[in-house]
Each structure stands twice: as structure tokens, then as C-alpha cells.
Design a protein. Structure first.
Length: 358
């Protein structure tokens, strides 16, 4: 199956890529030349090698028409939706070409090569055969040259559309990631604001940690991917900061990944929004709260699980779920239908399970 796909891809490339241009043209003209050799097309009008000379002359007349069609008529008329004008021009050119060939065949060539003209019972190349043969060759040449230009245009448009889609996708992903980063920063600054009045020493520690986070966000996540190991460590530090702010808060990170998969590349900040959401949902001023993160590999998929306790009394979250909406949109753009996200908002626990291909 893969070999068939490769062969089809090569065939399309051969028809449209500039590096094969010379070979394409040679192939077309070799075919036309072969059809003009009397021994191949079964027609004969002159004795000896004069039929070859006659065919070569016709070939010289075909060349300007074929290239005029490829480089003038198709780009200037067909590609600009002037279909009627293009079709009319092609038909007129074919009629003119056939008329010229008839004049050459029944006039000029018969005059100069009348000594070598076969008798009527020897030749099988009458006027009708001449017209049919010329129409056949001209039709093939025009269709082949037009088809190649159409394929080239299709390939060029497809490439341009794909590039535009990729650029649009990258721009949207950047915007979503930039929206996630300020969201994270806003939450951390709120934490510092609370700690300044309660425990200045802890606030100072948080600010130092925050500078490390910002360094990670600004430099480590500038690329399209980061290692799974660095992302896990980032989440560990983030939760450690939350523990500094909340004495009754605890967390656990379980990593069931094989050692060689810790270097797996993933998009940066992919799990942060879920962890931030877990921190908000677990906030309780009266009872202990906890968050449990688990990373494991099943087949060729990474399974991320985030479970947090919920407060005894529900509270209002004013963010409106913007971060969660952004990460879902980001997952859609990154993985399409190949990811799976399950969210279970139970009575006591809030659970998120994200499965992505690796």
C-alpha cells in the first residue's frame, strides 16, 4: 500500500514538478515522433525516407502550437476563466494547422517529391487519412499540454492552501498559548497578593519561584514542543508553590512512564490549564484538599489523569472557564479527532482524563 502511494506521489511529481520538465517534454515529443514514423502508424505516402522528412516537417509545425497553448493560452485564457475564448482559439489553431498541413501535403510536398509519390494502389495515405492523423496528433498534444498545466496549477493551489492553513493554524495556536500564559500569571499574582499581608516571607519565596516559572514560559516554551520530563517538573513546582500558600493542601504526581519516554516531545503548557483548574476546584478554607496527577503510557498514547477534591461548600469562580475553553480549542487544532478528553465533575472529586498520541 505504501509502495503504491509512493509511486502515485512520484507520478504526480513527474507531471508537475519543474525538475522533471525536460523529461516531460521529451516524453511527449518522443510519443509524437513515434506516431509520425510510418512504420508505427501504418500510413505511407512517399517512397524511401521521404515520409520521415514529411513527418519531421509536421512536427516542426506542431511545436509552436503546443508551447503557445502551454505558456500563453492556458495561463492567459483558461486560468482566467475565459473558457469560451480559450476553446475557440484552440479550435481555430487546429483548423489553421490542419489547413497548413493539407497545403503542404497536397501542394508543396507533392510538387517537390512527386517523383517519390506512391501510386494510388500503393499508398494508404489519402486526404481523409491525413486529416484524421493530424487531428489525432494535435488533439493528443493539446490535451497532454493542457492537462499538465492544469495539474501544475492544482498542485500549486493545493500547496498554497495548505501553507495558508498551516500559517493560520500556527497563528491561532500562538494566540491560544499566549492567552494561557497570562491566565497562569494572573493566578500566581493573586496568590502573592494574598500572601503579602499574611506571610511576607512566603510571599518572597513565591516571587522567586514565579521568576523561574516566567523564565520557563519565556524561553523553554518558545518552541513548538518541550520534553515531557520538563513539563512534569514545571507542574511539580507549580503545585509546590500552591502548597506554600495553603497549609492544608497536598499533591501527588505519579509518573508511570518508561525512562526513555520522558524525553517524548509534547506541546508546552498542555496540562497546565487542567492543573490550574484543579487548584481552583480544590480550594477549601476549612478542610484539607488534594490533587493527584498521573502520567502513564498505554500503547502509543500518553494518558494524563488529574483528580482533585472538591470543597464542602461550592464557591463561585469568576473566570468563566476561559482557560478550559482555550485548551480544548488548542487540543482540537493540535490533534483533531485523535485525542480524547473526559471530564467527570462528581460530588466529591473532579476528574480529568486526557489521552493524546505520542
Amino acid at each position: 500500500m505504501k509502495d503504491n502511494s509512493s509511486r502515485q506521489h512520484w507520478f504526480v511529481d513527474f507531471l508537475v514538478e519543474d525538475k522533471y520538465r525536460i523529461y516531460r517534454h521529451l516524453l511527449i515529443w518522443i510519443y509524437i515522433i513515434l506516431t509520425e514514423i510510418p512504420n508505427f502508424n501504418g500510413t505511407k505516402k512517399y517512397a524511401g525516407n521521404y515520409d520521415l522528412f514529411y513527418g519531421a516537417t509536421k512536427l516542426l509545425l506542431f511545436i509552436p502550437m503546443v508551447y503557445m497553448n502551454m505558456y500563453i493560452l492556458v495561463p492567459k485564457l483558461l486560468f482566467k476563466d475565459r473558457y469560451f475564448v480559450y476553446l475557440f482559439t484552440i479550435l481555430m489553431m487546429i483548423l489553421i494547422m490542419i489547413s497548413i498541413m493539407q497545403v503542404l501535403s497536397n501542394g508543396i510536398f507533392d510538387y517537390f517529391f512527386k517523383t517519390y509519390r506512391l501510386t494510388s494502389d500503393q499508398e494508404n495515405y489519402g486526404p481523409l487519412a491525413t486529416i484524421i492523423d493530424n487531428l489525432n496528433i494535435l488533439g493528443i498534444a493539446v490535451i497532454a499540454s493542457t492537462s499538465i498545466k492544469l495539474l501544475q496549477r492544482w498542485k500549486k493551489d493545493s500547496t498554497r492552501i495548505n501553507d495558508l492553513e498551516k500559517n493560520t493554524l500556527q497563528i491561532e495556536l500562538r494566540e491560544l498559548k499566549n492567552q494561557i500564559n497570562p491566565h497562569f500569571l494572573f493566578n500566581m499574582l493573586n496568590n502573592v497578593n494574598v500572601l503579602i499581608s499574611k506571610d511576607p516571607q512566603k510571599a518572597s519565596t513565591v516571587i522567586k519561584k514565579l521568576s523561574q516559572f516566567l523564565r520557563y514560559q519565556l524561553y523553554e516554551t518558545r518552541g513548538q514542543t518541550v520534553s515531557l520530563q520538563s513539563e512534569i517538573e514545571f507542574l511539580r513546582d507549580f503545585l509546590a508553590l500552591e502548597k506554600i500558600r495553603r497549609d492544608e493542601f497536598s499533591f501527588e504526581i505519579t509518573n508511570e512512564q518508561p525512562a526513555d519516554l520522558l524525553d517524548t516531545s509534547i506541546p508546552p503548557g498542555l496540562f497546565l490549564t487542567f492543573v490550574e483548574n484543579a487548584v481552583k476546584h480544590s480550594a477549601d478554607t476549612e478542610a484539607p484538599s488534594s490533587i493527584s496527577l498521573c502520567f502513564k503510557n498505554i500503547g502509543k498514547r500518553l494518558i494524563f489523569t488529574c483528580v482533585n477534591t472538591k470543597p464542602n461548600e461550592p464557591f463561585f469562580i469568576r473566570t468563566g472557564g476561559l482557560g478550559l475553553a482555550n485548551i480544548i480549542r488548542r487540543l482540537d487544532l493540535l490533534y483533531g479527532k485523535s485525542y480524547k478528553l473526559d471530564i467527570d465533575n462528581g460530588d466529591d472529586l473532579y476528574k480529568v482524563i486526557l489521552s493524546i498520541p505520542i
